[in-house]
Design a protein around this ligand. Sequence first.
Ligand SMILES: *Cc1c(COP(=O)(O)O)cnc(C)c1O
Length: 376
Amino acid sequence: MTHLECSLTGERADWRVPVNLSPAGRPYLARYDLSPDIMPQSAVAQRPAGLWRYCEVLPPCEPLSLGEGGTPLHHAERLRRNWWIKDEAVNPTASFKARGMAVAVAMARHFGLKRLAVPSAGNAGGALAAYAAAAGLEAFVFMPSDTPLACIVEAQCHGARVELVDGLITDCAALIGERKEAEGWFDMSTLKEPYRLEGKKTMAYELIEQLGRVPDVIVYPTGGGTGLIGMWKAFDEMQALGWIGAERPRMVAVQASGCPPIVRAFEAGERFATEFQNASTSASGLLVPKAVGDFLILDAIRASGGLAMTVSDAEMVWAAREIASKTGVFASPEGGAAYAAARRLHDRSLIGNDELVVLFNTGSGLKYLEALGGQT
Ligand SMILES: *Cc1c(COP(=O)(O)O)cnc(C)c1O
């Protein structure tokens, strides 16, 4: 790793001190000096499973691990012949948020930070709480009061100080912003520190190792966009490392029809998204009315030839149950959203019959019993 770079202006920053947003108010991206001899795929193949096997493209720090990464890629033949499910539900704390927090908390510990705060509408709170517990650090989690019970209880049991807020995740984030200086909290909000992205990008490295090629389409349930932005960054890194060529998957960002700021901006041809008012969806990972990395999501989708689209809560719950009953993967509503979107794109011939499609199940259905159990 050589430096941090503002994702909007390219302004550089030193990575050896903890940072949040750049002076432009945008995310910093970690940059590395990459060439094909730095991390040969054949060498990585010999290493233990899990995200720390990609250590050359992660920040240099003592690894912190609860066994995150190395998740299965299931051939979901009963959904469609060439469709696959990357099952992130089997991560520690039952979602892909574990990947981001493993790296971000490891770096927080490296910097000697002690009190870590995060706003969360679902899985980020539990993941921060668990990794903070493993590292012996304090966690402060701000959640909307209608967050799924499993997510609240999980964060509490891992010893986090949990505050329930009558509002949305943006209100939780604002509270942290107001109080962090007085409380000595470090803000671990997604994309407001550089390393959750680095953890999440490892999903793309795993995909390339597992498939042996770049898929035609990736369908990704998108809230803050960290997973999608991280994977898009990882493809460029893998090209520099000689793992892949210039080919890229079409990136499809799926949002809930009750909270679609990125889809609105995509359809309007805009690079930045305006905050979506009165947001609501039972897919709590998608309940993000305003994303600080909006332009990074939109740039990636457009550069890839992909698109952004919505599905309704009823569709995603139906689709999650369809995944569960046809593949054995107990998908979250967010995973259901990816499948529902892919079906619609296939119906409209925007996904071809022979194309290799990867659907992300970002979390476990076990966290969403209220939403998934409602309709039988
Ligand atoms: C956080 C979350 C998402 C959205 O992830 P981003 O990468 O921030 O867009 C999707 N699904 C689940 C289950 C989540 O917890």
